[in-house]
Design a protein around this ligand. Structure first.
Ligand SMILES: Cc1cc2nc3c(=O)[nH]c(=O)nc-3n(C[C@H](O)[C@H](O)[C@H](O)COP(=O)(O)OP(=O)(O)OC[C@H]3O[C@@H](n4cnc5c(N)ncnc54)[C@H](O)[C@@H]3O)c2cc1C
Length: 339
């Protein structure tokens, strides 16, 4: 019998710490339990919302219907497949960073650049999490999910997932698919990737020219701890805006007007602009207003400073987007899901 709680506070279940409520709330750890609770919600005509670690959502209101959190954490390692790497299947409720550390302990490289990203394994394919030059699209081989409207169980190959920058097939279909298991191919075929600029610099200060996967993980953790606020201390969802990718000629004309503009190559005739640089130029870094604000060390991170709510945060985000558009002619987009 699955326990369903009523009028549940979600304050401890989102990394902003916003105090919105779920009309109904349940935790499940197996596929059978998920099928059962989804069928029950359907019979009651409750909408369903799938919640992971709450590190990529902004709660602006209470959630009507049933919030389901997957809490299974099992990790299964397939028999060694040699040069082709090793397949591990992981339940959706597993904490992402714990998985990274455990795979490194198993001497399976592949996830080290993604150390210390908050959240769960089940949510990781939704936005194709990425950091320091690696995205999980490079490591995922299969995603197992329930199609909520039909109750059908499906397996998605990497191609089916249609991964793109912070995006996937699942991101366009919120609450239609509940991911319960993700399969990764890790091990010898995953060449370590220490080349991302800030990572390479950190490794070099440690005197590591040919770092191991564990050493890369240690550097990523150190960099992240020095740059990003710990959500347990200061509510946030990491980067709040995507870095916009624009045509090269637009980037060039902006660079003439703003020589300090920070840019990155983004393929043929495309340039990625630093959203943080633009927000910083507009004087928002360190701003605190109505219980929310912009992190004093990184303008891309919006924060809950205490006593604020999701609506105040969203209003601040929209103001920043309008100012960036008016000044630089560039449209920012929001990374977390607004609920
Ligand atoms: C300090 C900080 C740093 C961060 N750094 C990074 C970073 O470097 N790179 C990066 O990519 N992200 C980063 N993030 C964002 C976040 O950690 C990731 O997006 C993470 O994958 C979200 O996982 P979650 O379990 O918290 O998802 P949630 O926030 O709970 O959910 C996010 C979305 O996924 C859906 N979802 C959740 N679980 C499932 C499931 N099992 N099945 C189907 N849908 C599901 C939800 O409905 C929601 O739409 C950061 C966040 C913070 C707070």
């Amino acid at each position: 019998m699955i326990n369903i709680e009523k009028n549940k506070s979600l304050k401890g279940y989102n990394t902003f710490g916003f105090n919105q409520r779920a009309e109904y709330y349940a935790e499940v750890s197996t596929d059978d339990q998920l099928s059962e609770i989804v069928a029950y919600a359907k019979a009651k005509s409750w909408p369903v919302f799938i919640l992971g670690g709450g590190s990529n959502i902004v709660l602006t209101q209470d959630i009507a219907g049933l919030v389901i959190r997957m809490v299974g954490t099992q990790v299964n390692r397939a028999p060694n497949t040699g040069e082709a790497g090793e397949l591990i299947t992981v339940a959706a409720g597993k904490n992402w960073h714990e998985l990274v550390l455990e795979t490194l302990q198993m001497s399976l490289p592949g996830l080290e650049n993604l150390s210390l990203i908050p959240g769960t394994v089940g949510a990781a394919p939704v936005q194709n999490i990425g950091a320091y030059g690696v995205e999980i699209k490079d490591r995922v081989t299969r995603v197992h999910a329930l199609h909520i409207p039909s109750g059908e169980w499906l397996d998605f190959s990497r191609e089916d997932c249609a991964f793109a920058y912070r995006h996937s097939f699942f991101k366009d279909k919120p609450n239609q698919y509940a991911i319960t298991e993700v399969e990764f191919n890790l091990g010898t075929q995953c060449a370590t990737n220490p080349s991302y600029t800030s990572l390479a610099e950190h490794l070099s200060t440690r005197g590591l020219s040919n770092p191991t996967a564990v050493e890369i993980s240690q550097s990523v953790i150190a960099i992240r701890e020095s740059r990003l606020p710990d959500p347990n201390v200061l509510g946030n969802a990491g980067s709040f805006f995507h870095n916009p990718v624009v045509p090269a000629d637009l980037a060039q004309s902006l660079k003439l007007r703003y020589p300090g503009l920070v840019t990155f190559d983004a393929g043929p005739e495309r340039v990625k602009l630093s959203a943080a640089w633009m927000i910083d130029q507009l004087g928002y870094k360190g701003l605190s207003r109505g219980g929310v604000g912009v992190y004093h060390q990184q303008a891309l991170v919006l924060t809950h400073n205490g006593g604020g709510n999701g609506c105040a945060l969203l209003a601040l985000a929209e103001e920043i987007m309008a100012e960036v558009a008016a000044t630089f002619g560039v449209q920012l987009s929001i990374e977390p899901k607004i609920v």
